[in-house]
Design a protein around this ligand. Structure first.
Ligand SMILES: N[C@@H](CCC(=O)N[C@@H](CS)C(=O)NCC(=O)O)C(=O)O
Length: 246
């Protein structure tokens, strides 16, 4: 059988979205961790792209979590995540796009708080198959590349915090419209996977890829913020999604 590979960064929430979808559909795959920065050589060679996730499914190569989502729905329609037609389909598509866009702000806000922690570089660089001395050399370079590439600076992080709040409000208002379990109708869909993957780094549910820290070592301000988010409806929903549907 042809091999299925997801090229990824383990703590990328866009990669989490694709892993969740593959897992939901029960599709076998293996992950290959790429080293941020030099990953571009591989992703460009494979699919003329600079970003992960990138799915290699036998001979086919698909990059971008949204394109991967549509690809998987088309070729592996079991356990569907996208309604076939009608208003529900349009709504899932719209929410998927909205939460995907908020993902950029979640990423900037989270890195703004934790980029200097060693656990982050260990998660990103530690499992890429580099020998020890190279790994030690790579970590500060990757950290600075992330700082520059994602504009992790105080002004931009502050603006992203407002967009994060908007995302949480959107999630809460959508949940109010339905029965509170899923975003569109009474079925788990791509909208739920996207919202949960994009926002979960804010509260690092147990067992998720962002469960990296001994939280008692985080700053009191960050701990308080996470506690507040976990206590509000959006946070409770995210925790429930990870506990029940992930
Ligand atoms: N729209 C893309 C965004 C993917 C994305 O931003 N991936 C980041 C990791 S979270 C990446 O590969 N960054 C590396 C780079 O930009 O060089 C998707 O949905 O897949």
């Amino acid at each position: 059988m042809a091999e299925r590979i997801l090229y990824q960064f383990p703590i990328s929430h866009y990669c989490e979205k694709s892993r969740w979808q593959l897992d939901h559909k029960g599709l076998a795959y293996r992950t290959v961790n790429l080293l941020p920065v030099t990953h571009r050589v591989r992703t460009h060679w494979l699919a003329r792209t600079n970003t992960v996730p990138l799915l290699r499914d036998g001979k086919r190569r698909v990059s971008d979590s949204t394109k991967i989502a549509y690809y998987l729905e088309k070729y592996y329609p079991d356990q569907p995540l996208l309604p076939k037609a009608g208003d529900a389909r349009a709504r899932v598509i719209e929410l998927e796009q909205q939460f995907d866009r908020y993902g950029v702000h979640v990423r900037r806000w989270v890195y703004g708080q934790i980029l200097d922690r060693s656990e982050v570089m260990t998660a990103l660089v530690g499992d890429c198959g580099l020998p020890g001395p190279l790994e030690r050399l790579a970590k500060p370079l990757v950290r600075e590349a992330i700082r520059r590439g994602y504009a992790i600076n105080p002004q931009r992080v502050m603006r992203s915090e407002q967009r994060v709040e908007e995302a949480l409000v959107l999630l809460e208002s959508e949940l109010k419209k339905g029965q509170g379990q899923y975003l569109v109708g009474d079925r788990f869909s791509l909208a739920d996977i996207t919202a949960a993957s994009m926002l979960a780094p804010l509260i690092s549910p147990q067992g998720s890829p962002w469960d990296l820290f001994d939280e008692t070592t985080l700053s009191p301000t960050l701990r308080k913020q996470m506690e507040n988010w976990r206590a509000r409806p959006a946070g409770k929903w995210l925790l429930a999604m990870y506990a029940q549907d992930r």
